[in-house]
Every structure is written in structure tokens, then in C-alpha cells.
Write a protein that binds this ligand. Structure first.
Ligand SMILES: [Zn+2]
Length: 499
């Protein structure tokens, strides 16, 4: 609720400020008859953009709907059909047979960990201001402008960055944030230096914790506090560490993360708030503990066995309430060999990574074979990786999925999981990840058919049009100019705010 109210308030401020800017010049001129009133009325008229002659991948597919029109009103899709009547004053985008897909959704991102050292960034080299600057650069250039219109930020604190994006001050995708990761001392979210004094660690005085990118907590009561602190600031869901990790120093892959009573408590508080828990885990023991205790989003899992996969699939088919979140490129390519590992990893971390890479290929095969519900999340952050996020989507095809399935992991399925945030959903009004009536107008136009040739997703010249929330960020389709539909070079098209 906190998030919804603060977002609503932010939107209200944005609207009031926007109108004030629009009305002010008329007030200053003051000579004409009641121009302020007329201007205010003008402002309220809905903006319509009509896409014609597009072939739609609706987020689920597999087939395209051919020769369609899509009517956008303000920030949502109002109508889809073969022959939509053009509303008076509508701006028309003739798709000329291009493929329309929903904006892409990266379900596993860490936008605040984008300095060169990745997870270790906050130990010594960068303060949170630099972290925010790195985040903004990549949110705009490596995500939004490449067609990623939503990210699920699964550990880290980009909550006020998200607020600034929603208010129109900064360009970037929608952000569903988990807030700081919930980790035990020495777990995958403990990024303090080896010699950080224990009292500093316990009092959250190390850099990773004081920036609220992670919480180092022990026992159900400390878990409760950290979960509630995240939710208080607007987290849409909760991320817990269920086992060891590759990119952290103190935790071999085989260990367990949060203890049973700690997981139980995190799930209880998340449920009390109408939302869910996502877990970082690799092996059977972690996955089974979290399946028992009510966790819903299962990240990684690259060392799990076939019986556990079958257990997940059975559970999903029965209750539709869990998902496997697959990090294809990170696990299969980056961790493909010792040499391909991110440069900021230590020798031990690289050895852990090789093990994960092998397991990932196997896990993907089993998940596909048994028909698990899957979303795609890159987990690719820091320079050198963050620019290649979309290779996680295309990697799904290398892992054995069809192009339409790969796209579904990154659009339709992702949109379903984002709505599991319930009352903590920062974007509760419309659907996400789909081209459908009453979905947010997050729309891409591609020159070509990605369900036939997935690699065109990686060719920036084939991405002709990026719309997020009804606003145009990239357009090489229509020539012309208007404040409401500006096929501009400028990334922020709301027109009311400078960058
Ligand atoms: Zn991650």
C-alpha cells in the first residue's frame, strides 16, 4: 500500500506540475478570455496513437496475429482489431508489416550493482552516488533504449531511482524492486569486507548494508525487521538467500542460506503483505526447503536433480503459484568455462562458476522436458555484461527452447509473475508483458519476425520503435513532430521535464 500511495502521490505531483508548466504561459499573457481554463481542458483530452498493419506476438504466441491494428490511449492499450476506427486527432504509426511485441522484461537484474566490480562495488571503491549514476546510465542505454521496458530488480535498492523514473525526471524501465537482499551473516548477500568489525556488520554499518542494497541478519526477528524495512520503502516482493553463491566470498555453493525458521518468517511477512518471496538457490536441499515453506520464485537452481524438477512441475500444475527463473546467458555462457568468467571474479569464484555452467545446461533440459513455468532473467550487470542482457533471451534458444518460448519467458510469463506482488504492485492498473486490451502501452516494433529469427533481437537497427507507458523513446518508423508523439532523438518524450 505504501508503494501505491507514494507512487500515486508522485503521479499526482507530476500531473499538477505538468499542468502548471502548461498553464503558466497563458496566465502570464493573461490578455485572452480565460485561456487558463481552455488550456486545462485541452490537457485532459486523451492522446491516441493508432498502430496499423502490424503482426502481433502477444507475449504468449506461438503464432503471430497478422495484419492487426492497435489503439493506444494515453498509457494503455485500449483496443486491438483488424479495423479500428481512427479517433479524431489520433497519431498513426503505419507498421508496414513489422512485428509488434510487448516490451521485454528482465526478471533478474541488479541495477545498483553496475559499477565495474559488480557485487563487490560498495566495499571500497564507490559510494552510493556513483552507484546511482552507473544505474541510471545502464537503465537508459543498456535497457530502455534496447527495448527492455520493465526490470525485476532482485536485490539492491533502486527504489528512489524507480520513483524518479516514474515521475518523468529520468528515463528508464519500470522497476519492480525487492529492496535489499535478506542474507544470513556470511551468506550470499554479505558483501562486507573480510575484516569489517562484527559490530559494524550487525549495525548495518558496512557500505552494502548502509546503502540498503543488502541486509545481513540472523534469526527470525532480524529477518522480520529487514523484510518490513524493505516493504516500508516500497519493495514489491522479497528476495532471500537460500544457499551459497558464485559471486560472494564466504559461502560455498553447497551450503544452506537462511535457516528454516528464518525462511518461514520471511514468507509469513511477505504473505501478510499480499506479496511473495523469491529465493537465490542452486541445489536440491535449498529448493526443497523453500518448496516446503511457501517461497514462490525459484532463481538459478542449476545443480538440482530430476526428482526436484518433477516436484516443482507437479506443484505448478496443481496450484500455478511457483516459477523457475532461468539465467541462461549468465550460467551457460559467462560460466561456460573458467576463461569466460567475469573478470572481477576471484579464482575460487571462477571454479564455483564452472560447476554452475555445467549444471545449468542440464537443468534447462529437464525443465523443458517436464513443462515447467519459466521466466527469463539475465542476472547480467556491470560493464561488459549489462550491455549484453538481451543475449540471455536469445540464449534460451541455444538451451533448447523455441524462439516463441524464449520470448514468452521474457514477456507474457514475466507479466504474470510481476502481478504476484498483489497490493505491493507499483503498477497495479493494467497488465504487463502482453499486447492485449487493458495492458500498459509498452510496445516494440521489429523489422522482421523474431519468432522465426531470434537473433534479430540483438540487432539494434532492427528495433525500430520503443514505447513505454505510452511514451515514445525510440522511433525510426514515423517522420514528423508533435509534443505528444515526438519521434525524437531525445530519450525522454514526456516533454515536461528536462533530463
Ligand atoms: Zn542475482
Amino acid at each position: 500500500m505504501q508503494m501505491r500511495l507514494s507512487r500515486l502521490f508522485a503521479m499526482f505531483v507530476a500531473i499538477v506540475l505538468g499542468s502548471a508548466v502548461a498553464i503558466l504561459p497563458s496566465l502570464l499573457m493573461a490578455a485572452g478570455p480565460a485561456p487558463a481554463k481552455a488550456a486545462a481542458k485541452e490537457k485532459k483530452k486523451p492522446i491516441h496513437i493508432l498502430f496499423t498493419n502490424v503482426n502481433i506476438f502477444n507475449g504468449f504466441g506461438p503464432a503471430l496475429q497478422r495484419g492487426m491494428s492497435v489503439l493506444v490511449e494515453n498509457n494503455y492499450i485500449k483496443e486491438i482489431g483488424k479495423n479500428i476506427k481512427k479517433p479524431a486527432g489520433a497519431y498513426v504509426v503505419d507498421g508496414k508489416g513489422r512485428t509488434m511485441t510487448p516490451g521485454l522484461i528482465d526478471m533478474h537484474q541488479h541495477v545498483m550493482l553496475n559499477p565495474p566490480e559488480g557485487t563487490a562495488a560498495y566495499q571500497s571503491r564507490w559510494d552510493d552516488a556513483a552507484g546511482g549514476a552507473f544505474a541510471m546510465h545502464h537503465l537508459n542505454h543498456s535497457m530502455l533504449m534496447k527495448g527492455i521496458t520493465t526490470v525485476r530488480d532482485i536485490a539492491g535498492d533502486p527504489l528512489d531511482v524507480a520513483k524518479a523514473i516514474d515521475m518523468g525526471y529520468l528515463p528508464g524501465p519500470r522497476i519492480y524492486s525487492a529492496g535489499g537482499a535478506i542474507s544470513q551473516t556470511g551468506g550470499h548477500g554479505d558483501f562486507a569486507a573480510r575484516n569489517t568489525p562484527p559490530e559494524d556488520l550487525a549495525n548495518h554499518h558496512d557500505m552494502s548494508q548502509s546503502t540498503q542494497n543488502t541486509w545481513v541478519v540472523d534469526g527470525p526477528d532480524e529477518v522480520t525487521k529487514a523484510v518490513r524495512l524493505n516493504l516500508r520503502r516500497g519493495a514489491a516482493f522479497i528476495k532471500v538467500m537460500g544457499g551459497g553463491g558464485v559471486a560472494s566470498e564466504f559461502d560455498p555453493l553447497e551450503i544452506m542460506g537462511l535457516a528454516e525458521d528464518e525462511v518461514k518468517r520471511a514468507v509469513e511477512i511477505a504473505k501478510d503483505n499480499g506479496t511473495y518471496v523469491a529465493v537465490h538457490a542452486y541445489h536440491d536441499k535449498s529448493y526443497n526447503r523453500h518448496l516446503d515453506l511457501g517461497t514462490r520464485s525459484f532463481e538459478h537452481g542449476f545443480l538440482i536433480s530430476e526428482p526436484t524438477v518433477k516436484r516443482m512441475v507437479q506443484r505448478y500444475k496443481k496450484s500455478k503459484d511457483i516459477v523457475w527463473s532461468f539465467q541462461c546467458f549468465m550460467s551457460i555462457n559467462s560460466f561456460g568455462s573458467y576463461e569466460s568468467m567475469p573478470a572481477f571474479f576471484t579464482h575460487e569464484q571462477k571454479v564455483k562458476g564452472v560447476k554452475v555452467g555445467k549444471g545449468a545446461r542440464n537443468a534447462a533440459k529437464m525443465m523443458k522436458k517436464h513443462g515447467m513455468f519459466i521466466v527469463g532473467g539475465s542476472d547480467m550487470f556491470s560493464p561488459g555484461l549489462v550491455e549484453r542482457i538481451k543475449e540471455d533471451l536469445t540464449c534460451n534458444v541455444k538451451a533448447g527452447f523455441t524462439p516463441a518460448q524464449a520470448l514468452k519467458h521474457w514477456t507474457g510469463n514475466a507479466g504474470i509473475v510481476l502481478k504476484w506482488s498483489g497490493p505491493k504492485d507499483p503498477y497495479p492498473t493494467y497488465k504487463l508483458g502482453t499486447i492485449a486490451k487493458n495492458a500498459y502501452a509498452d510496445i516494440l516494433l521489429w523489422d522482421g519476425d523474431p519468432t522465426k529469427n531470434i537473433d534479430l533481437i540483438l540487432d539494434e537497427s532492427k528495433l525500430n520503435f520503443v514505447m513505454k507507458d505510452g511514451l515514445v523513446y525510440k522511433n525510426t518508423v514515423v517522420e514528423g513532430d508533435h509534443p505528444h508523439f515526438r519521434p525524437a532523438k531525445a530519450p525522454n518524450t514526456r516533454g515536461q521535464y528536462p533530463l
